[in-house]
Design a protein around this ligand. Structure first.
Ligand SMILES: Cc1ncc(COP(=O)(O)O)c(C=O)c1O
Length: 352
């Protein structure tokens, strides 16, 4: 029996996608060869790649001004690639600092140019700042739409005076995609899209063209645009799964329907926490993540007893990130509503 998996990533994927993957590993669409074994230059994989791009475009309502790229690396690669491509030593980029991941992105950007931290929610990282103070003419503005570790989320993108670059790793396609003003969105796939080790990039073509052209080809976004993400052998299986997951999203009714379900799921847990005697959510109202609900008990003993009970009850992956402790329930698109109800029932038993 499969367990409710609250892991922050790699994370729960839709059952339909996993069943389809099982079939395709053995035999892709009656070709007699499995998806892991097909040449990336063959027509069968060509159909998978085209289909995945089409499904991503359909889900995100992404027009021709934007390229859809599959990059063989996690989101961390883009912490470095974004400034390498778009930030020169004499330029400034503005970064919104809302947690561990933006911190890592800032560190990488500082290798290439000047970073202006336009806003920060340090040290508690329990909210998304209401106001930012922008530098005079930033090359771009970077933000993390959902902070996976602290459990905060931007309700709407920052209103910035420069093109937005967004790390959407942990909430991509969990709600309608706010493409407006965005030059580049990147997301590691292992939360809402597919396996780890591959990322989806949605980038405005003119922005990509404005980047440096003296980097090695695999470090330039323009190479992925020019060569359809096939400069070298891509992660064919990852692309297959991303395509299937996007088709699953469309079958659920698209991002509006997914968003509604995600809101409902998170509300069940936040509502319990807001009325609880011994448990409290970490994130402030107005900044709470619908994807990663972080919470703590009033004593360490209560948390430890709960973690033990959760494991015994078959609820997996509830321990908070090692850097912050406490609990974290990741409720990505494919996480079932019934799993949240089971969690709340168990929490209620540990709230006496
Ligand atoms: C918001 C965010 N950005 C970046 C990363 C890093 O992703 P990866 O480990 O795929 O490089 C993560 C990791 O889970 C994340 O949650």
């Amino acid at each position: 029996m499969r367990k409710p998996n609250f892991s922050s990533g790699p994370a729960t994927l839709p059952e339909e996608v996993l069943r389809r993957a099982q079939e395709a590993i053995w035999d892709l669409d009656g070709s007699g060869i499995g998806i892991l074994e097909h040449s990336h230059r063959g027509k069968e994989f060509g159909r998978v790649l085209d289909g995945a791009e089409r499904a991503v475009r359909d889900v995100g309502n992404i027009g021709v001004d934007y390229a859809v790229l599959f990059v063989t690396a996690g989101a961390t690669q883009h912490f470095a690639m974004v400034p390498q491509n778009f930030l020169s030593p004499n330029e400034t980029a503005d970064y919104c600092h809302t947690g561990v991941w933006s911190g890592k992105a800032i560190e990488e950007a500082r290798r290439c140019g000047t970073v202006h931290v336009a806003c920060t929610s340090e040290p508690a990282f329990d909210h998304v700042p209401e106001r930012c103070s922008w530098s005079a003419s930033p090359r771009y503005v970077h933000y993390t739409s959902n902070e996976t570790i602290y459990g905060t989320q931007w309700v709407a993108p920052p209103r910035a005076p420069a093109p937005l670059v967004c790390d959407a790793s942990s909430d991509i396609f969990s709600r309608p995609l706010p493409l407006e003003n965005h030059a580049l969105i990147y997301a590691g796939a292992q939360k809402n899209l597919g396996p780890s080790g591959i990322s989806l990039v949605i980038a405005r073509k003119d922005f990509v063209e404005s980047g440096r052209s003296d980097l090695s080809p695999l470090n330039q976004y323009r190479t992925y645009v020019a060569e359809k993400s096939m400069h070298n052998t891509p992660n064919t299986f990852g692309i297959f799964i991303i395509g299937e997951t996007c088709r699953w999203i469309l079958a659920q009714g698209g991002l509006a329907a997914i968003d509604e379900r995600n809101r409902r799921k998170a509300a069940v847990l936040y509502d319990f926490l807001d009325h609880s005697k011994h448990w409290k959510p970490h994130a402030q109202r107005g900044s709470r993540s619908l994807m990663n609900v972080t919470f703590r008990a009033d004593t360490k003993e209560r948390e430890e007893a709960f973690v033990k009970a959760a494991e015994a009850a078959g609820l997996s992956g509830l321990k908070g990130h090692r850097s912050v402790g406490g609990m974290r329930a990741s409720l990505y698109n494919a996480f079932p509503e019934a799993g949240v109800k089971r969690l709340v029932e168990l929490l209620a038993e540990h709230d006496k």
